[in-house]
Design a binder for this molecule. Structure first.
Ligand code: AMP
Length: 219
């Protein structure tokens, strides 16, 4: 199964991606996560990307396309993947088409998570992440048992630098201008499935299941 998960920043793509990964035993690729790892490792990709991430701007298409192309060469993605945070622009979507065509792969479903701006801002500013295993939490919606400590591995939780009000506004604007037009690109091809992600995590999982109806990991 080859899936894309789309939607504005903070809508809950990461949380739903973690659910899909576990339930469908599918490899998850998050371009944002790949950039954050590169920044933490202080390698050349990280040095290039850091300013863009800090400002909430998109890393140039050529860099991101290259990153995805290299990542998809790994054997773990041969059987399928869930791509989260890519594509984010029309040129990225066209580049993805070329990469997939070369491999004779096709996308099965594009999930489009939606929620209103107020929900998104509340989710994004309350988001916390485990510094060790990457598990996602929220200060009110997905609270860990002990404040600021990961339930899974006991490591400290942190807040992303770009998860503040000002940067969120910029990220939402960029999403509306550059990423939203992609929805039409995939809708026209009959791949888009809308997911109402306004509810609780449990509600949203049900919506994702509905949208994925008919697909399983043998497809
Ligand atoms: P995310 O974790 O998906 O919210 O991504 C965090 C940040 O990583 C974004 O604000 C961008 O700076 C960068 N990024 C992630 N994916 C892409 C992409 N497909 N194109 C350009 N920049 C990206």
């Amino acid at each position: 199964m080859r899936l894309l998960i789309m939607g504005p920043p903070g809508v809950g793509k990461g949380t739903m991606a973690a659910y899909i990964k576990k339930t469908y035993n599918i490899s998850h690729i998050s371009t944002g996560e790949l950039y954050r790892e590169a920044i933490a490792r202080m390698n050349s990709l990280g040095a290039l990307a850091k300013g863009y991430l800090d400002r909430g701007e998109l890393v140039p298409d050529a860099v991101t396309v290259d990153l995805v192309k290299e990542t998809l060469k790994k054997s773990e993605y041969k059987e399928g993947f869930l791509l989260d945070g890519f594509p984010r622009t029309i040129p990225q979507a066209q580049a993805l088409d070329d990469i997939l065509e070369e491999k004779q792969w096709k996308i099965d479903v594009v999930l489009n998570l939606t929620a209103d701006d107020e929900t998104i801002i509340e989710r994004i500013t309350g988001r916390r992440i485990c510094s060790n295993c990457g598990a996602l939490y929220h200060t009110t919606n997905i609270k860990p048992a002990v404040d600021d400590i990961c339930d899974n591995c006991g490591a400290a939780l942190f807040q992303r630098l770009d998860d503040n009000r000002e940067t969120v506004a910029r990220r939402l604007k960029i999403y509306r201008e550059q990423t939203e037009p992609l929805l039409e690109y995939y809708r026209r091809r009959g791949l888009l499935r809308d997911v109402d992600a306004e509810g609780t995590v449990a509600d949203n999982i049900k919506e994702v299941e509905k949208a994925l109806g008919g697909f399983n990991d043998n497809d």
